[in-house]
Design a protein around this ligand. Structure first.
Ligand code: ARG
Length: 587
Protein backbone atom coordinates (compact mmCIF):
# COMPACT_ATOMS: atom_id res chain seq x y z
CA UNK A 1 0.00 0.00 0.00
CA UNK A 2 1.39 3.39 -0.92
CA UNK A 3 1.02 6.48 1.23
CA UNK A 4 -1.32 8.05 -1.27
CA UNK A 5 -3.57 5.04 -1.46
CA UNK A 6 -3.63 4.77 2.35
CA UNK A 7 -4.49 8.43 2.75
CA UNK A 8 -7.06 8.22 -0.01
CA UNK A 9 -8.68 5.32 1.81
CA UNK A 10 -8.78 7.30 5.00
CA UNK A 11 -10.31 10.39 3.42
CA UNK A 12 -12.78 8.25 1.46
CA UNK A 13 -14.06 6.92 4.76
CA UNK A 14 -14.30 10.50 6.00
CA UNK A 15 -16.55 11.37 3.05
CA UNK A 16 -18.65 8.28 3.58
CA UNK A 17 -19.16 9.06 7.24
CA UNK A 18 -20.26 12.52 6.20
CA UNK A 19 -22.93 10.93 4.02
CA UNK A 20 -21.11 11.51 0.72
CA UNK A 21 -19.66 9.39 -2.04
CA UNK A 22 -16.26 7.87 -1.17
CA UNK A 23 -14.99 8.74 -4.66
CA UNK A 24 -14.47 12.37 -3.55
CA UNK A 25 -11.70 11.28 -1.20
CA UNK A 26 -8.81 11.20 -3.68
CA UNK A 27 -5.60 12.47 -2.06
CA UNK A 28 -2.71 13.91 -4.05
CA UNK A 29 0.68 15.34 -3.22
CA UNK A 30 0.18 18.94 -2.16
CA UNK A 31 1.04 21.76 -4.49
CA UNK A 32 1.27 24.00 -1.40
CA UNK A 33 3.83 22.22 0.79
CA UNK A 34 3.68 25.17 3.19
CA UNK A 35 0.11 24.17 4.07
CA UNK A 36 0.47 20.41 4.14
CA UNK A 37 2.26 17.48 2.53
CA UNK A 38 -0.88 16.13 0.87
CA UNK A 39 -4.25 17.47 -0.12
CA UNK A 40 -7.74 16.44 -1.07
CA UNK A 41 -9.88 18.79 -3.16
CA UNK A 42 -12.93 16.53 -3.34
CA UNK A 43 -15.12 18.65 -1.06
CA UNK A 44 -15.60 21.22 -3.82
CA UNK A 45 -17.03 18.72 -6.28
CA UNK A 46 -18.98 16.97 -3.55
CA UNK A 47 -20.56 20.30 -2.57
CA UNK A 48 -21.67 21.03 -6.13
CA UNK A 49 -23.19 17.58 -6.37
CA UNK A 50 -24.91 17.63 -2.96
CA UNK A 51 -25.75 21.34 -3.12
CA UNK A 52 -24.05 21.88 0.19
CA UNK A 53 -21.41 24.26 1.37
CA UNK A 54 -17.88 22.99 0.52
CA UNK A 55 -16.29 24.36 3.69
CA UNK A 56 -18.92 22.67 5.77
CA UNK A 57 -18.29 19.33 3.99
CA UNK A 58 -14.51 19.64 4.28
CA UNK A 59 -14.90 20.57 7.95
CA UNK A 60 -16.95 17.48 8.59
CA UNK A 61 -14.41 15.23 6.80
CA UNK A 62 -11.56 16.84 8.75
CA UNK A 63 -13.39 16.09 12.01
CA UNK A 64 -13.93 12.47 10.97
CA UNK A 65 -10.28 11.75 10.18
CA UNK A 66 -8.50 14.07 12.62
CA UNK A 67 -7.92 11.34 15.17
CA UNK A 68 -5.90 9.11 12.82
CA UNK A 69 -2.57 8.31 14.42
CA UNK A 70 -0.62 8.69 11.16
CA UNK A 71 -1.55 12.34 10.83
CA UNK A 72 0.34 15.13 12.53
CA UNK A 73 -2.01 17.68 11.10
CA UNK A 74 -5.19 17.87 9.10
CA UNK A 75 -6.75 21.19 8.31
CA UNK A 76 -9.25 22.99 6.20
CA UNK A 77 -8.09 25.76 3.89
CA UNK A 78 -9.59 28.16 1.42
CA UNK A 79 -12.98 27.31 -0.05
CA UNK A 80 -12.80 23.67 1.08
CA UNK A 81 -9.37 22.14 0.55
CA UNK A 82 -8.28 19.48 3.02
CA UNK A 83 -4.57 19.52 3.86
CA UNK A 84 -2.86 16.56 5.45
CA UNK A 85 0.55 16.14 7.02
CA UNK A 86 1.99 12.87 8.23
CA UNK A 87 3.77 12.42 11.53
CA UNK A 88 7.50 11.87 11.14
CA UNK A 89 6.99 8.41 12.64
CA UNK A 90 4.52 7.56 9.90
CA UNK A 91 6.93 8.84 7.23
CA UNK A 92 9.69 6.65 8.64
CA UNK A 93 7.30 3.70 8.84
CA UNK A 94 6.43 4.00 5.17
CA UNK A 95 10.05 4.35 4.13
CA UNK A 96 10.85 1.30 6.18
CA UNK A 97 8.17 -0.74 4.39
CA UNK A 98 9.58 0.40 1.08
CA UNK A 99 13.11 -0.48 2.12
CA UNK A 100 12.05 -3.99 3.17
CA UNK A 101 10.29 -4.73 -0.09
CA UNK A 102 12.15 -6.18 -3.05
CA UNK A 103 9.91 -4.18 -5.41
CA UNK A 104 10.07 -0.99 -3.38
CA UNK A 105 6.43 -1.25 -2.44
CA UNK A 106 5.02 -1.87 -5.90
CA UNK A 107 3.44 -5.30 -6.26
CA UNK A 108 3.39 -6.80 -9.75
CA UNK A 109 0.00 -6.63 -11.49
CA UNK A 110 -2.29 -9.50 -10.59
CA UNK A 111 -3.71 -9.85 -14.12
CA UNK A 112 -0.71 -9.68 -16.45
CA UNK A 113 -1.39 -8.96 -20.10
CA UNK A 114 0.48 -10.17 -23.15
CA UNK A 115 1.92 -6.94 -24.45
CA UNK A 116 3.85 -6.43 -27.67
CA UNK A 117 5.89 -3.30 -28.10
CA UNK A 118 6.51 -2.66 -31.80
CA UNK A 119 9.37 -0.23 -31.93
CA UNK A 120 12.45 1.03 -33.77
CA UNK A 121 11.18 -0.23 -37.15
CA UNK A 122 14.52 -0.37 -39.00
CA UNK A 123 14.41 -1.00 -42.74
CA UNK A 124 16.41 -3.09 -45.18
CA UNK A 125 19.05 -1.12 -47.06
CA UNK A 126 18.95 1.83 -44.75
CA UNK A 127 21.42 2.34 -41.96
CA UNK A 128 19.57 3.65 -38.98
CA UNK A 129 19.37 7.36 -38.60
CA UNK A 130 18.04 9.87 -36.13
CA UNK A 131 14.49 9.15 -37.27
CA UNK A 132 14.72 5.73 -35.69
CA UNK A 133 16.25 7.07 -32.53
CA UNK A 134 13.15 8.27 -30.75
CA UNK A 135 11.20 5.13 -31.59
CA UNK A 136 14.05 3.06 -30.21
CA UNK A 137 14.55 5.05 -27.02
CA UNK A 138 10.87 5.52 -26.13
CA UNK A 139 9.89 2.00 -27.16
CA UNK A 140 12.65 0.44 -25.12
CA UNK A 141 11.65 2.41 -22.05
CA UNK A 142 7.99 1.41 -22.41
CA UNK A 143 9.01 -2.20 -22.83
CA UNK A 144 10.99 -2.06 -19.59
CA UNK A 145 8.17 -0.27 -17.78
CA UNK A 146 5.45 -2.73 -18.78
CA UNK A 147 7.72 -5.61 -17.93
CA UNK A 148 8.47 -4.16 -14.49
CA UNK A 149 4.74 -3.75 -13.88
CA UNK A 150 4.47 -7.51 -14.28
CA UNK A 151 3.10 -7.90 -17.79
CA UNK A 152 4.43 -10.46 -20.27
CA UNK A 153 6.14 -8.23 -22.78
CA UNK A 154 7.79 -8.87 -26.13
CA UNK A 155 9.66 -6.16 -27.96
CA UNK A 156 9.55 -6.58 -31.73
CA UNK A 157 11.71 -4.62 -34.19
CA UNK A 158 9.19 -5.05 -37.03
CA UNK A 159 11.88 -4.98 -39.68
CA UNK A 160 10.84 -3.19 -42.88
CA UNK A 161 11.73 -5.93 -45.36
CA UNK A 162 8.79 -6.59 -47.65
CA UNK A 163 7.35 -3.55 -49.40
CA UNK A 164 7.87 -1.70 -52.65
CA UNK A 165 11.37 -0.75 -51.46
CA UNK A 166 12.42 -4.33 -52.10
CA UNK A 167 11.31 -4.13 -55.71
CA UNK A 168 13.15 -0.84 -56.09
CA UNK A 169 16.31 -2.51 -54.83
CA UNK A 170 15.95 -5.26 -57.43
CA UNK A 171 15.68 -2.63 -60.14
CA UNK A 172 18.67 -0.76 -58.73
CA UNK A 173 20.67 -3.99 -58.70
CA UNK A 174 19.78 -4.63 -62.33
CA UNK A 175 21.01 -1.14 -63.25
CA UNK A 176 24.32 -1.55 -61.47
CA UNK A 177 25.09 -5.23 -61.93
CA UNK A 178 23.20 -6.25 -65.07
CA UNK A 179 25.10 -9.53 -65.46
CA UNK A 180 24.15 -10.91 -62.05
CA UNK A 181 22.65 -14.41 -62.48
CA UNK A 182 20.09 -13.69 -59.74
CA UNK A 183 18.36 -11.35 -62.13
CA UNK A 184 17.74 -13.99 -64.83
CA UNK A 185 14.08 -14.61 -65.04
CA UNK A 186 14.37 -18.26 -66.10
CA UNK A 187 17.14 -19.48 -63.81
CA UNK A 188 16.06 -21.36 -60.72
CA UNK A 189 19.24 -21.21 -58.68
CA UNK A 190 20.69 -22.32 -56.39
CA UNK A 191 22.71 -19.17 -55.87
CA UNK A 192 25.66 -20.40 -53.83
CA UNK A 193 27.88 -17.31 -53.98
CA UNK A 194 26.32 -14.37 -52.19
CA UNK A 195 26.68 -11.30 -54.38
CA UNK A 196 29.17 -8.84 -53.01
CA UNK A 197 26.72 -6.09 -52.36
CA UNK A 198 27.37 -4.29 -49.10
CA UNK A 199 25.10 -2.22 -46.92
CA UNK A 200 27.10 0.82 -48.03
CA UNK A 201 26.11 0.03 -51.64
CA UNK A 202 22.47 -0.41 -50.72
CA UNK A 203 22.45 2.82 -48.80
CA UNK A 204 23.66 4.61 -51.90
CA UNK A 205 21.40 2.82 -54.34
CA UNK A 206 18.21 3.09 -52.39
CA UNK A 207 17.75 6.89 -52.05
CA UNK A 208 18.76 7.29 -55.67
CA UNK A 209 16.22 4.83 -57.06
CA UNK A 210 13.51 5.96 -54.62
CA UNK A 211 13.88 9.53 -55.85
CA UNK A 212 13.78 8.51 -59.52
CA UNK A 213 10.77 6.19 -59.08
CA UNK A 214 8.90 9.23 -57.84
CA UNK A 215 9.08 11.02 -61.23
CA UNK A 216 9.40 8.13 -63.65
CA UNK A 217 6.24 6.14 -64.23
CA UNK A 218 8.04 3.51 -66.28
CA UNK A 219 10.61 2.90 -63.58
CA UNK A 220 7.85 2.82 -60.98
CA UNK A 221 6.10 0.12 -62.99
CA UNK A 222 9.30 -1.89 -63.12
CA UNK A 223 9.69 -1.58 -59.35
CA UNK A 224 6.12 -2.71 -58.82
CA UNK A 225 6.60 -5.72 -61.05
CA UNK A 226 9.82 -6.64 -59.29
CA UNK A 227 8.05 -6.34 -55.95
CA UNK A 228 5.29 -8.60 -57.12
CA UNK A 229 7.79 -11.13 -58.51
CA UNK A 230 9.71 -11.19 -55.26
CA UNK A 231 6.51 -11.51 -53.28
CA UNK A 232 5.44 -14.44 -55.39
CA UNK A 233 8.75 -16.19 -54.83
CA UNK A 234 10.98 -15.66 -57.88
CA UNK A 235 14.08 -17.59 -56.73
CA UNK A 236 16.82 -15.18 -57.85
CA UNK A 237 15.05 -12.23 -56.24
CA UNK A 238 14.48 -14.18 -53.06
CA UNK A 239 18.17 -15.05 -52.85
CA UNK A 240 19.16 -11.43 -53.40
CA UNK A 241 16.60 -10.24 -50.89
CA UNK A 242 17.91 -12.65 -48.26
CA UNK A 243 21.33 -11.16 -48.77
CA UNK A 244 20.01 -7.60 -48.42
CA UNK A 245 18.16 -8.55 -45.25
CA UNK A 246 21.24 -10.13 -43.72
CA UNK A 247 23.69 -7.28 -44.36
CA UNK A 248 21.16 -4.71 -43.17
CA UNK A 249 20.27 -6.54 -40.01
CA UNK A 250 23.89 -7.20 -39.01
CA UNK A 251 24.70 -3.53 -39.05
CA UNK A 252 21.51 -2.50 -37.31
CA UNK A 253 21.96 -4.98 -34.51
CA UNK A 254 25.35 -3.44 -33.83
CA UNK A 255 23.75 -0.01 -33.61
CA UNK A 256 21.11 -1.25 -31.20
CA UNK A 257 23.74 -2.98 -29.08
CA UNK A 258 25.62 0.31 -28.81
CA UNK A 259 22.45 1.86 -27.46
CA UNK A 260 21.95 -1.00 -25.01
CA UNK A 261 18.78 -2.10 -26.79
CA UNK A 262 17.84 -5.70 -27.45
CA UNK A 263 14.75 -7.14 -29.10
CA UNK A 264 12.93 -10.28 -28.08
CA UNK A 265 11.66 -10.71 -31.60
CA UNK A 266 13.25 -9.56 -34.79
CA UNK A 267 10.27 -10.25 -36.97
CA UNK A 268 9.88 -8.50 -40.24
CA UNK A 269 7.06 -7.50 -42.47
CA UNK A 270 8.07 -10.60 -44.43
CA UNK A 271 7.39 -12.86 -41.42
CA UNK A 272 3.71 -12.77 -42.31
CA UNK A 273 4.14 -13.06 -46.06
CA UNK A 274 2.49 -16.50 -46.16
CA UNK A 275 -0.55 -14.97 -44.45
CA UNK A 276 -1.11 -12.17 -46.93
CA UNK A 277 -2.85 -14.04 -49.76
CA UNK A 278 -5.21 -16.02 -47.48
CA UNK A 279 -5.93 -12.93 -45.40
CA UNK A 280 -6.89 -10.87 -48.43
CA UNK A 281 -8.96 -13.68 -49.93
CA UNK A 282 -10.62 -14.36 -46.59
CA UNK A 283 -11.52 -10.71 -46.11
CA UNK A 284 -12.97 -10.62 -49.63
CA UNK A 285 -14.95 -13.79 -49.01
CA UNK A 286 -16.39 -12.41 -45.77
CA UNK A 287 -17.24 -9.15 -47.45
CA UNK A 288 -14.92 -7.23 -45.12
CA UNK A 289 -12.83 -6.21 -48.13
CA UNK A 290 -14.06 -5.24 -51.57
CA UNK A 291 -12.65 -4.85 -55.06
CA UNK A 292 -12.33 -1.29 -56.20
CA UNK A 293 -10.76 -0.21 -59.50
CA UNK A 294 -8.81 -3.44 -59.69
CA UNK A 295 -7.44 -3.15 -56.14
CA UNK A 296 -8.65 -4.85 -52.97
CA UNK A 297 -9.54 -2.41 -50.20
CA UNK A 298 -11.14 -2.26 -46.77
CA UNK A 299 -13.45 0.67 -46.32
CA UNK A 300 -12.62 2.24 -42.97
CA UNK A 301 -14.69 5.41 -42.96
CA UNK A 302 -16.88 5.96 -39.92
CA UNK A 303 -20.05 8.05 -39.69
CA UNK A 304 -18.69 10.78 -37.44
CA UNK A 305 -15.34 11.26 -39.16
CA UNK A 306 -14.56 14.94 -39.45
CA UNK A 307 -12.01 14.42 -42.20
CA UNK A 308 -12.18 11.74 -44.79
CA UNK A 309 -10.31 8.53 -44.04
CA UNK A 310 -9.70 6.67 -47.27
CA UNK A 311 -9.95 2.90 -47.59
CA UNK A 312 -6.93 0.80 -46.69
CA UNK A 313 -5.48 -0.80 -49.81
CA UNK A 314 -4.67 -4.46 -49.20
CA UNK A 315 -3.63 -5.35 -52.72
CA UNK A 316 -2.89 -2.96 -55.58
CA UNK A 317 -4.24 -3.40 -59.08
CA UNK A 318 -0.72 -4.59 -59.95
CA UNK A 319 -1.04 -7.43 -57.47
CA UNK A 320 1.35 -6.04 -54.83
CA UNK A 321 0.78 -6.05 -51.09
CA UNK A 322 1.60 -2.85 -49.24
CA UNK A 323 2.87 -1.61 -45.88
CA UNK A 324 -0.67 -1.66 -44.46
CA UNK A 325 -1.25 -5.21 -45.69
CA UNK A 326 1.71 -6.55 -43.77
CA UNK A 327 0.71 -4.48 -40.75
CA UNK A 328 -2.76 -6.01 -40.83
CA UNK A 329 -1.47 -9.56 -41.21
CA UNK A 330 1.01 -8.88 -38.40
CA UNK A 331 -1.91 -7.97 -36.15
CA UNK A 332 -3.56 -11.30 -36.99
CA UNK A 333 -0.30 -13.14 -36.25
CA UNK A 334 0.23 -11.28 -32.98
CA UNK A 335 -3.28 -12.06 -31.85
CA UNK A 336 -3.44 -15.67 -33.04
CA UNK A 337 0.09 -16.86 -32.33
CA UNK A 338 1.38 -14.51 -29.67
CA UNK A 339 -2.00 -14.07 -27.93
CA UNK A 340 -1.48 -10.32 -27.72
CA UNK A 341 -3.86 -8.39 -25.48
CA UNK A 342 -2.21 -5.04 -26.09
CA UNK A 343 0.05 -3.85 -28.91
CA UNK A 344 1.92 -0.58 -28.59
CA UNK A 345 3.17 0.88 -31.87
CA UNK A 346 5.92 3.29 -30.97
CA UNK A 347 6.13 5.19 -34.24
CA UNK A 348 6.54 8.78 -35.41
CA UNK A 349 3.38 10.90 -35.25
CA UNK A 350 3.58 11.37 -39.01
CA UNK A 351 2.28 7.81 -39.39
CA UNK A 352 -0.89 8.54 -37.40
CA UNK A 353 -3.10 8.31 -40.48
CA UNK A 354 -1.62 4.97 -41.48
CA UNK A 355 -2.29 3.47 -38.05
CA UNK A 356 -5.79 4.90 -37.94
CA UNK A 357 -6.52 3.11 -41.21
CA UNK A 358 -4.84 -0.13 -40.15
CA UNK A 359 -6.47 -0.29 -36.71
CA UNK A 360 -9.87 0.39 -38.19
CA UNK A 361 -9.30 -2.22 -40.86
CA UNK A 362 -8.27 -4.70 -38.16
CA UNK A 363 -11.57 -4.12 -36.39
CA UNK A 364 -13.60 -4.20 -39.59
CA UNK A 365 -12.06 -7.48 -40.69
CA UNK A 366 -12.30 -8.97 -37.20
CA UNK A 367 -8.57 -9.70 -37.19
CA UNK A 368 -7.80 -7.77 -34.01
CA UNK A 369 -10.19 -9.94 -31.98
CA UNK A 370 -10.15 -8.41 -28.51
CA UNK A 371 -6.66 -6.93 -28.66
CA UNK A 372 -6.14 -3.26 -27.93
CA UNK A 373 -4.00 -1.50 -30.53
CA UNK A 374 -2.42 1.83 -29.67
CA UNK A 375 -0.29 4.16 -31.70
CA UNK A 376 2.25 5.65 -29.29
CA UNK A 377 3.16 8.67 -31.35
CA UNK A 378 6.05 11.03 -30.86
CA UNK A 379 7.37 14.29 -32.29
CA UNK A 380 10.67 14.91 -34.05
CA UNK A 381 14.14 15.64 -32.81
CA UNK A 382 15.05 18.99 -34.33
CA UNK A 383 18.13 21.06 -34.90
CA UNK A 384 18.36 24.47 -33.24
CA UNK A 385 16.63 26.13 -36.16
CA UNK A 386 13.57 23.98 -35.58
CA UNK A 387 13.98 21.76 -38.64
CA UNK A 388 14.53 17.99 -38.34
CA UNK A 389 18.06 17.16 -37.30
CA UNK A 390 20.47 16.65 -40.23
CA UNK A 391 24.18 16.45 -40.90
CA UNK A 392 26.06 19.58 -41.76
CA UNK A 393 25.88 18.56 -45.41
CA UNK A 394 22.11 18.33 -45.10
CA UNK A 395 21.93 14.54 -45.20
CA UNK A 396 20.22 12.38 -42.64
CA UNK A 397 22.57 11.73 -39.76
CA UNK A 398 23.41 8.05 -39.24
CA UNK A 399 22.92 6.58 -35.82
CA UNK A 400 26.56 5.45 -35.67
CA UNK A 401 27.73 9.02 -36.24
CA UNK A 402 25.33 10.30 -33.65
CA UNK A 403 26.55 7.81 -31.06
CA UNK A 404 30.11 8.80 -31.95
CA UNK A 405 29.19 12.45 -31.48
CA UNK A 406 27.65 12.05 -28.02
CA UNK A 407 30.45 9.78 -26.89
CA UNK A 408 32.98 12.38 -28.03
CA UNK A 409 31.12 15.08 -26.14
CA UNK A 410 31.05 12.86 -23.06
CA UNK A 411 34.84 12.39 -23.23
CA UNK A 412 35.27 16.16 -23.29
CA UNK A 413 32.93 16.58 -20.32
CA UNK A 414 34.70 13.97 -18.27
CA UNK A 415 38.03 15.64 -18.99
CA UNK A 416 36.68 19.09 -18.17
CA UNK A 417 35.50 17.93 -14.77
CA UNK A 418 38.39 15.62 -14.04
CA UNK A 419 36.11 12.61 -13.87
CA UNK A 420 37.31 9.06 -14.46
CA UNK A 421 40.81 10.54 -14.51
CA UNK A 422 43.51 7.94 -14.06
CA UNK A 423 41.21 5.00 -14.80
CA UNK A 424 42.47 2.41 -17.28
CA UNK A 425 41.71 3.41 -20.87
CA UNK A 426 39.14 0.66 -21.62
CA UNK A 427 37.15 1.66 -18.54
CA UNK A 428 37.29 5.34 -19.51
CA UNK A 429 36.04 4.47 -22.97
CA UNK A 430 33.22 2.43 -21.52
CA UNK A 431 32.21 5.22 -19.14
CA UNK A 432 32.28 7.75 -21.97
CA UNK A 433 29.95 5.59 -24.03
CA UNK A 434 27.62 5.06 -21.07
CA UNK A 435 27.57 8.79 -20.35
CA UNK A 436 27.07 9.70 -24.01
CA UNK A 437 24.20 7.27 -24.46
CA UNK A 438 22.62 8.42 -21.18
CA UNK A 439 22.82 12.02 -22.40
CA UNK A 440 21.09 11.07 -25.63
CA UNK A 441 18.38 8.97 -24.02
CA UNK A 442 17.59 11.30 -21.17
CA UNK A 443 17.65 14.32 -23.48
CA UNK A 444 14.88 12.57 -25.38
CA UNK A 445 12.88 10.97 -22.59
CA UNK A 446 12.62 14.09 -20.43
CA UNK A 447 10.32 15.58 -23.09
CA UNK A 448 6.66 14.90 -23.34
CA UNK A 449 6.82 12.36 -26.15
CA UNK A 450 4.35 14.11 -28.43
CA UNK A 451 6.40 17.34 -28.46
CA UNK A 452 9.29 18.04 -30.78
CA UNK A 453 12.54 18.86 -29.08
CA UNK A 454 15.86 20.39 -29.94
CA UNK A 455 18.99 18.27 -29.94
CA UNK A 456 21.46 20.20 -27.82
CA UNK A 457 24.64 18.30 -27.22
CA UNK A 458 26.07 20.80 -24.74
CA UNK A 459 22.99 20.76 -22.58
CA UNK A 460 22.39 16.99 -22.82
CA UNK A 461 25.91 16.14 -21.69
CA UNK A 462 26.03 18.66 -18.86
CA UNK A 463 26.79 17.19 -15.45
CA UNK A 464 24.28 19.53 -13.89
CA UNK A 465 20.56 19.98 -14.34
CA UNK A 466 18.05 17.66 -15.91
CA UNK A 467 20.46 15.40 -17.75
CA UNK A 468 21.37 11.75 -17.93
CA UNK A 469 24.96 12.34 -16.79
CA UNK A 470 23.75 14.26 -13.70
CA UNK A 471 21.60 11.31 -12.68
CA UNK A 472 24.40 8.84 -13.32
CA UNK A 473 26.66 10.92 -11.08
CA UNK A 474 24.00 10.98 -8.37
CA UNK A 475 23.64 7.19 -8.51
CA UNK A 476 27.41 6.71 -8.46
CA UNK A 477 27.72 9.05 -5.49
CA UNK A 478 25.04 7.18 -3.55
CA UNK A 479 26.86 3.94 -4.27
CA UNK A 480 30.15 5.33 -3.14
CA UNK A 481 28.69 6.51 0.18
CA UNK A 482 27.36 3.01 0.75
CA UNK A 483 30.71 1.45 -0.18
CA UNK A 484 32.59 3.75 2.16
CA UNK A 485 30.15 2.93 4.96
CA UNK A 486 30.76 -0.77 4.43
CA UNK A 487 34.52 -0.17 4.47
CA UNK A 488 34.20 1.61 7.78
CA UNK A 489 32.01 -1.15 9.17
CA UNK A 490 28.94 1.11 9.48
CA UNK A 491 25.71 -0.87 9.23
CA UNK A 492 22.52 0.53 7.82
CA UNK A 493 19.57 0.27 10.17
CA UNK A 494 15.88 0.97 10.48
CA UNK A 495 14.81 4.37 9.18
CA UNK A 496 14.19 6.80 12.04
CA UNK A 497 11.75 9.70 11.91
CA UNK A 498 13.35 12.56 9.99
CA UNK A 499 14.59 15.47 12.04
CA UNK A 500 15.53 17.97 9.37
CA UNK A 501 13.43 19.28 6.51
CA UNK A 502 15.76 18.13 3.70
CA UNK A 503 15.61 14.61 5.05
CA UNK A 504 11.83 14.69 5.40
CA UNK A 505 11.53 15.98 1.85
CA UNK A 506 13.71 13.23 0.47
CA UNK A 507 11.73 10.58 2.31
CA UNK A 508 8.40 11.98 1.12
CA UNK A 509 9.79 12.13 -2.41
CA UNK A 510 10.76 8.46 -2.27
CA UNK A 511 7.24 7.60 -1.21
CA UNK A 512 5.86 9.05 -4.45
CA UNK A 513 7.52 6.34 -6.53
CA UNK A 514 4.49 4.01 -6.94
CA UNK A 515 2.23 6.77 -8.23
CA UNK A 516 4.88 8.02 -10.64
CA UNK A 517 5.31 4.56 -12.10
CA UNK A 518 1.55 4.17 -12.41
CA UNK A 519 1.20 7.49 -14.16
CA UNK A 520 4.00 6.69 -16.60
CA UNK A 521 2.31 3.37 -17.39
CA UNK A 522 -1.17 4.83 -17.78
CA UNK A 523 -0.03 7.62 -20.05
CA UNK A 524 2.65 5.49 -21.76
CA UNK A 525 4.89 8.41 -20.92
CA UNK A 526 8.45 7.85 -19.71
CA UNK A 527 8.94 11.60 -19.19
CA UNK A 528 7.21 11.20 -15.81
CA UNK A 529 9.94 8.77 -14.77
CA UNK A 530 12.62 11.10 -16.05
CA UNK A 531 11.22 14.15 -14.30
CA UNK A 532 10.80 12.31 -11.03
CA UNK A 533 14.28 10.77 -11.21
CA UNK A 534 15.64 14.28 -11.45
CA UNK A 535 13.60 15.49 -8.47
CA UNK A 536 14.69 12.51 -6.42
CA UNK A 537 18.35 13.08 -7.25
CA UNK A 538 18.08 16.79 -6.42
CA UNK A 539 16.39 16.11 -3.08
CA UNK A 540 19.09 13.57 -2.40
CA UNK A 541 21.82 16.04 -3.14
CA UNK A 542 20.32 18.60 -0.72
CA UNK A 543 20.06 15.92 1.93
CA UNK A 544 23.63 14.85 1.34
CA UNK A 545 24.92 18.40 1.67
CA UNK A 546 23.08 19.00 4.93
CA UNK A 547 23.49 15.64 6.63
CA UNK A 548 27.05 14.43 6.96
CA UNK A 549 26.33 10.78 6.95
CA UNK A 550 29.76 9.22 7.34
CA UNK A 551 30.89 11.61 10.08
CA UNK A 552 27.64 11.45 12.04
CA UNK A 553 28.47 10.48 15.62
CA UNK A 554 25.13 8.99 16.63
CA UNK A 555 25.17 5.37 15.34
CA UNK A 556 21.36 4.82 15.04
CA UNK A 557 20.99 8.13 13.20
CA UNK A 558 23.85 7.26 10.88
CA UNK A 559 22.36 3.81 10.29
CA UNK A 560 19.00 5.36 9.51
CA UNK A 561 20.57 7.80 7.05
CA UNK A 562 22.39 4.94 5.38
CA UNK A 563 19.05 3.17 4.98
CA UNK A 564 17.70 6.30 3.31
CA UNK A 565 20.70 6.43 0.97
CA UNK A 566 20.30 2.76 0.14
CA UNK A 567 16.62 3.06 -0.61
CA UNK A 568 17.02 6.23 -2.67
CA UNK A 569 19.74 4.53 -4.61
CA UNK A 570 17.52 1.54 -5.31
CA UNK A 571 14.73 3.85 -6.44
CA UNK A 572 17.04 5.85 -8.70
CA UNK A 573 18.62 2.69 -10.12
CA UNK A 574 15.17 1.33 -10.91
CA UNK A 575 14.15 4.56 -12.64
CA UNK A 576 17.33 4.72 -14.69
CA UNK A 577 16.90 1.10 -15.66
CA UNK A 578 13.36 1.83 -16.82
CA UNK A 579 14.74 4.68 -18.90
CA UNK A 580 17.32 2.31 -20.38
CA UNK A 581 20.21 4.21 -18.80
CA UNK A 582 23.24 2.33 -17.45
CA UNK A 583 25.00 3.49 -14.33
CA UNK A 584 28.83 3.22 -14.45
CA UNK A 585 30.44 1.47 -11.46
CA UNK A 586 32.41 4.62 -10.79
CA UNK A 587 33.04 7.93 -12.49
N1 ARG B 1 9.74 0.57 -40.90
C1 ARG B 1 8.81 1.62 -40.66
C2 ARG B 1 9.42 2.97 -41.04
O1 ARG B 1 10.59 3.13 -41.06
C3 ARG B 1 8.35 1.69 -39.22
C4 ARG B 1 7.62 0.47 -38.74
C5 ARG B 1 6.64 0.80 -37.65
N2 ARG B 1 5.88 -0.33 -37.23
C6 ARG B 1 4.82 -0.81 -37.87
N3 ARG B 1 4.21 -1.86 -37.40
N4 ARG B 1 4.39 -0.26 -38.98
O2 ARG B 1 8.71 3.88 -41.33
Amino acid sequence: MSVLSDLTHLVERGFESSGLDAAYGKVVVSNRPDLGQFQCNGALAAARQARRNPREIAGSVVKEIAGDSRLADVSLAGPGFINLTLTDEAVAGYVSEMADDSRLGMPAVSDPLDVIVDYAGPNVAKAMHVGHLRATIIGDSLKRLFRFAGHRVLGDAHFGDWGLQMGMLMVATRERLPGLPHLDEGAGGPYAEPPSITLADLQQWYPDIAARVGDDEELAGEARRATRDLQSGRPGYVALWEHFVRVSRESQERDFADLGVEFDLWYGESTVRHLLRPMVDGALARGAAVRSEGAVVVDVAEPDDKTEISPLILETSHGAFLYGTTDLATIAMRVDELHADLVLYVVDARQAYHFEQVFRAARRTGLAAGAVLEHIRFGTMNARDGTPFKTRAGGVLGLQDLIGMVTGAAVARLEESDLAAGYPEPERAKIARQVGVAALKFGDLINNRTSNYVFDLRRFTSLEGKTGPYLQMAAVRMGSILDRAVAKGFPSGPPMPPTVEVERRLMLRMLQLPEVIDRALDLRAPNHLAEYAYELASDFSRFYEACHILTESDPPRRASWLATVRTSRRALALLLDLLGIEVPDRM
